[in-house]
Design a protein around this ligand. Structure first.
Ligand code: NAD
Length: 247
């Protein structure tokens, strides 16, 4: 059984979906959790209240990760409250899907700015703290499509492939300072993001999954726990696939 007692874990976009499962899992294992949200204030507060009533420690911070100053503030507030950060999980993400012929420049820019620049903003702002402490674990949530591409998602796929490049580069930069950086590439996980897809698209995805079922947010949370734990102390610069065998 893992323990994250006295460890502080920031989860961006932590109020729902995969982020919420990650927050709950780390809280169950004793961590102080920081729930970041951009719009879902009520959901973030509800989650924090649930954690506090179970004897856990939680902080809710509003921040748009695509905004550099907001990202910095999220980290500063965490350090103010808990004294340090041990694990940063960059989970925030959006989609604005369209075929290339119809994809607008604004939709490309928006997705890159939240998913890729947002991840960079958080990594940039935690760098000094982690290097000074000579410890820390960054886990960036990419996607299976960042590895294989997907029609109609050129913006999203570019952002998720970019996250993998960012992860591998920072792993090389930070390795000698005791800071590990890894990515998780989830496949098809049942959340609000995937609920928006039409049933026929979901059925098509299912055919490509050897385990013949969609993933659950907890499957991604469990991989985060492993990567953040001491059991993964010799693992950095890797992409862990959580996709039911799809790739
Ligand atoms: P979701 O839409 O439920 O969650 C995304 C979270 O990101 C939300 O909490 C949202 O508020 C937050 N967010 C959006 N813009 C933000 C911003 N500017 N600043 C801060 N937070 C912001 O979706 P999810 O399925 O839980 O996705 C979580 C992550 O997993 C995303 O990065 C997504 O790309 C990735 N992913 C999901 C799947 C899947 O099948 N669900 C597959 C692969 C990867």
């Amino acid at each position: 059984m893992y323990s994250f007692k006295d460890k502080t874990v920031i989860v961006t976009g932590g109020s729902r979906g995969i982020g919420k499962a990650i927050v709950l899992k780390f809280s169950e294992l004793g961590a102080n959790v920081v729930i970041n949200y951009v719009n879902s204030k009520d959901k973030a507060n509800e989650l924090a209240t649930m954690i506090l009533s179970n004897g856990g420690k939680a902080l809710v911070v509003q921040a748009d990760v695509s905004n550099f100053d907001d990202s910095k503030n999220l980290i500063d507030k965490t350090i103010e409250e808990f004294g340090k950060v041990d694990v940063l999980i960059n989970n925030s993400g959006i989609t604005k899907d369209n075929l290339m012929l119809r994809m607008s420049e604004a939709d490309f820019d928006k997705v890159i700015s939240v998913n890729l620049k947002g991840t960079w903003n958080m990594c940039k702002n935690i760098t000094r703290h982690f290097l000074k402490n000579k410890s820390g674990s960054i886990i960036n949530i990419s996607s299976v499509v960042g590895l294989i591409g997907n029609a109609g998602q050129a913006n999203y796929v570019a952002s998720k492939a970019g996250i993998i490049g960012l992860t591998k580069s920072l792993a090389k930069e930070f390795g000698s300072r005791g800071v590990r950086v890894n990515a998780i590439a989830p496949g098809f996980i049942e959340t609000e993001m995937t609920n928006e897809l039409p049933d026929n698209v979901k059925a098509e995805y299912l055919k490509q999954i050897p385990l013949n079922k969609l993933g659950n947010p907890i499957d991604v949370a469990n991989a985060c726990v492993f990567l953040a734990s001491q059991d993964a102390n010799y693992i950095t610069g890797q992409v862990i696939n959580v996709n039911g065998g799809m790739v």
